[in-house]
Write a protein that binds this ligand. Sequence first.
Ligand code: GLN
Length: 492
Amino acid sequence: TVPDYPQTLGHPRPLWMLFMTEFWERFAFYGMRWALTLYIVAEFFGGSPTGQAFASRTYGAYLALVYAAAVFGGYVADKVIGYQRSILVGAVVMSAGLFMIMLPNQDIFLLGLSTVIVGNGLFKPNISSMVGQLYGVGDPRRDRGFTLFYMGINAGALVSPLLTGWLASYFTDTPVQQNYKLVFLASGLGMLVSLVWFWIGRRQLKGVGRPLPDQANRMRVVYVLIGCVIAIPLVYLVMAKAGAVVLQWLLSILFVGLCVMLMIDGVREGKVQRDRVIAMLVIFVFNVLFWMFYEQAGSSFNFLAENIVDRKMFGGWEFPVGWFQSVAPLALVLLAPPMSMLWGWLDKRRLEPSIPRKFGFGLLGNAVAFVVLMYALSSLVDAQGLIPFWPLVLVYVLQTVGELCLSPIGLSMVTKLAPGRLVGLAMGGWFLSTGIGNNLSGIFAGHVSGTTGMTVASALSGFTFSFWLLGVAAVILLLVAPLINRLMHGVK
Ligand code: GLN
C-alpha cells in the first residue's frame, strides 16, 4: 500500500525529490566520465598515445562494473538495510571515491574508481526502485513518472559535462593540459549535493524504503560499510587485471546467477509470479542488444566524429568532437515530455502499446539510426573522404527516441514484474544487462576500428551489421510481443 502523498504537477510529491537526487548523482557521474581516459593518458603516461589502450580498457571495465555492481546494491537494499539507507551509504561511498580520484597516484586513482563503482551500486538501482514504490499497483501514471525521472537523469548528464568541460579548459596554465582535478572536485561536490538532498528530502517518503523491522538494527549499516571496504580492492583487481573477454565471462556468470535467484523466488510465489519473472528476463536479453549498439556513442561514433565527419563550420572553424555527446541528452530532455504525453494520450484511447511492443519500437529506433549511417557512408562521402555532420546528429536523435521507448519503460517494468521481495535485485539485473551491453559494445567497437583505426569501409560494414542485428531482434520482439505479454498476466 502506498501512503497518501500530496500531489505536485500530477505526480506524488516525492517523485520530484527523487528526480533532483538522481539529477545530482548523474551530474557527478557524467561530469567526470568524459575526462577519465584523457586524464589517465595525461597524468600517468605523460600524454603519450601508448597510454590510450590502457585508458580505454580501464574505462570499459569501469562502465561495465558500475552497472554490474547494481546487482549487489539491489540485494543489500532488499535483504540487509532497506532502500533509503542503501542510497545514503551509496552516496557517501561514491563521494569518497570521487575525491580519491583527485590524488595523483595511479593505484589510489584506480581504488577511487572502484570506490565509485561500489557506491554507485548501492545508489543507482535503489533510487529507481523507490520511484516505483510511489505508485500503487495498476496506477497508469507509473510509466510517465519514470519517463520524468529519466528526464532528470539526462538533465544531469547534459549540464555537467558542459560545466566541467569549461572548468577544465578555463582554469589551466597550459593550453594542452586541462585541469582534470577541478573536474573531479566538481563531481565530488555534486555528489554531496545529492546526498544532502536525499538526507533532507527523505521525510517526504513517509516511511517508504525504510528498513523492514528485521533490518532496523543500525549495526547492519556498519556491516555494509565493512563489506564495501572489502569489496573495493576486489573490484580494483577485476578492473585492472581482467580483460574485456574475462570480464564478459564474469558478467555472464553473474547474470545466470541472478536469473536463478529470481526464478527460485518466482517459482516459490506461484505460477503467475514465475511467468512474470520469465517475461522480465527475456526482456533483459533484448536490453543487452539495445545498449550494445547504443553505447558506441563513446567509442565508434567518437572515432567517426573525429576521423570521418566534416566538422568545419563557417570561416573554417571546427566544432569539438565532444559536442556530439550533448546531442543525446539534449534530445532526451526535449523529447521526454511529448513522449510522456503521447503515452497518456494513447492510454486514454486504450491504444497504449504493451511493454514488449514498446521495447520492440525501442530496438527499431536504434536500428533505423544505423540506416542513416549506412546511407551517409555509402552516398555522402566527399572528395576528402568525409561525411557531413548532420547524419550523426540524426543518429543520436533516433537512438534517443528508441531509448525513450525502452529505458524508462524498462525501469518501470522491473518494479511491476519483480517478486515483491526482490525488486532491488531485479533492478540490479536490469542495470547488469546494460553493463553487459556496454562491455560487448567495447569489444565490438574494437573490431570496427581493427588494428589500423576506423576507415569508411570498416565503419560501413560494422554499422550494417549493427542494423541487421537490431532490426531482426526488433522484428522478432514485435512478433512475439503478445506471447511475452501473456506471461505478464495483466501487468501493463
Ligand atoms: N542514461 C542512462 C543512465 O545514466 C543509462 C542507464 C541505463 O539504464 N542503461 O541512467
